[in-house]
Ligand binder design. Structure first.
Ligand SMILES: [Zn+2]
Length: 339
C-alpha cells in the first residue's frame, strides 16, 4: 500500500508539477505582458495629461454634447478622452498629437469618432487652399483618378460648409484674410460633367467655382457645350487653360502668345466676362511663360502642391489635387495641410 502511495505521489509530482510550473509561467507572462503593453502605449495619455489644463478649452466647440469629458478613472483624474465625436472638432492637443503621430492617433481615435473629418478643425494659418478637380463622374471615361465620384464631391462640399469655409474667387484672393477659412474650387479641362454633376452640387451649397477650359474642346463630346457654360454662369467662372493644352515651355514666343492671348479672347467673347486667370497645362511653365503670362493675366495656377499665402507670386499659385481615390478623411487632411 505504502509502495503504491509512494508511486502515486511520485507520478503526481512527475505529471502535475510541470503543468503547475507551466501555469505559473503563463500567469507571470500574462502579468508581465499586460504591464509591458501598458508601458508601450501611454504616448497619447501622457501627452493628454500634460496638456489638458492649458488646452482643454481651446476648441471651437459647436455644442455641449461634443464637450470632452473627464474620465471617471480616479487614477487618471487628469486624463481626458474624446467621447461622442460626431461634431466638427477635437482639441488642439489631440490635433497636435495626431499630426505628430498620425498612425497611432488614428488607432486611438477611430474607436471614438464616427465622422473622421471631424478630427481635423479648419485651418487657421491664413493659407488658402485652391482645390483642383477634373471630371466629376462615376462613369470613368479616361484616366480613373481624374474622375471624382459625385457622391464624394458632395461630401467634400459638405465638409467645407460644415467647417465654415468661405468659397472665394481669384479676384478675392488678394484680400483672402478678410474671409473666414477661404478656399477656391477649380476644375481643369472643361469636362461636361462639371455642368451635369458638379454644378447642381455647387448650386446646392451656393459655392462658386472656376473652370479652366481649353478652347479647342468646347462643344466636343464629353466636354462643355456653349449653352451649358452660359447656364451655369451664376456660379461658374470660365477661365483659360489655353487653346490646345500644349506644354507652354516648349512653344516659340509667337505660338506661346497665341495660346495665351487667343484663348483669352475666345473665352471673353463667349462668356462676355473678364478672363484673367490661367491654368498652365500640365502645370508646365518657365521664365518666358511667366513673363508672357503677365502680359495677359492677373493670376496663374500650377499643379504644385500647397496653399496660397499672402504675398506669394500670383503667377505660381499652388493647388491641392483632389483625385478619385481621395476619401473624405484624406480630403480633410489635405485641405488642412496634412500630407
Ligand atoms: Zn489640363
Amino acid at each position: 500500500m505504502s509502495f503504491h502511495t509512494d508511486e502515486m505521489i511520485k507520478t503526481l509530482i512527475k505529471r502535475v508539477l510541470p503543468c503547475l510550473l507551466i501555469f505559473i509561467l503563463c500567469l507571470l507572462l500574462l502579468v508581465w505582458g499586460g504591464g509591458f503593453l501598458k508601458k508601450d502605449s501611454p504616448n497619447l495619455k501622457t501627452y493628454v495629461k500634460k496638456q489638458t489644463t492649458s488646452n482643454i478649452n481651446h476648441t471651437n466647440q459647436p455644442n455641449d454634447k461634443n464637450n470632452i469629458e473627464p474620465t471617471n478613472n480616479t487614477d487618471e483624474q487628469n486624463n481626458y478622452v474624446p467621447q461622442e465625436q460626431d461634431g466638427s472638432y477635437l482639441p488642439d492637443f489631440v490635433m497636435e498629437y495626431y499630426q505628430n503621430n498620425k498612425q497611432a492617433a488614428n488607432q486611438v481615435l477611430s474607436n471614438d469618432i464616427k465622422t473622421i473629418p471631424s478630427i481635423i478643425p479648419a485651418k487657421k494659418d491664413g493659407g488658402v487652399p485652391v482645390l483642383y478637380y477634373h471630371a466629376v463622374d462615376d462613369i470613368i471615361n479616361g484616366v480613373e483618378e481624374l474622375f471624382v465620384s459625385p457622391a464624394e464631391f458632395e461630401q467634400q462640399m459638405k465638409y467645407l460648409k460644415d467647417n465654415n469655409y468661405t468659397v472665394i474667387s481669384f479676384d478675392e484672393l488678394p484680400m483672402a484674410d478678410k474671409y473666414k477659412n477661404p478656399v477656391i474650387i477649380t476644375f481643369d479641362d472643361g469636362y461636361e460633367d462639371n455642368y451635369t454633376n458638379a454644378y447642381p452640387i455647387l448650386k446646392e451649397f451656393n459655392f462658386k467655382a472656376t473652370i479652366f477650359l481649353c478652347t479647342n474642346v468646347i462643344d466636343k463630346p464629353q466636354y462643355l457645350k456653349k449653352d451649358q457654360i452660359s447656364n451655369m454662369s451664376d456660379l461658374i467662372s470660365i477661365q483659360s487653360h489655353t487653346i490646345s493644352h500644349t506644354k507652354l515651355s516648349t512653344l516659340k514666343i509667337g505660338d506661346l502668345d497665341k495660346e495665351l492671348e487667343g484663348s483669352q479672347k475666345i473665352l471673353t467673347d463667349l462668356t462676355g466676362k473678364p478672363v484673367n486667370v490661367i491654368a498652365y497645362p500640365f502645370g508646365d511653365y518657365n521664365k518666358t511663360v511667366l513673363q508672357e503670362t503677365k502680359k495677359y493675366y492677373s493670376y496663374a495656377v500650377t499643379i504644385d502642391k500647397g496653399f496660397y499665402y499672402k504675398n506669394n507670386d500670383r503667377y505660381q499659385i499652388k493647388r491641392i489635387y483632389v483625385p478619385r481615390e481621395l476619401d473624405i478623411k484624406g480630403f480633410a487632411e489635405k485641405i488642412n495641410g496634412i500630407w
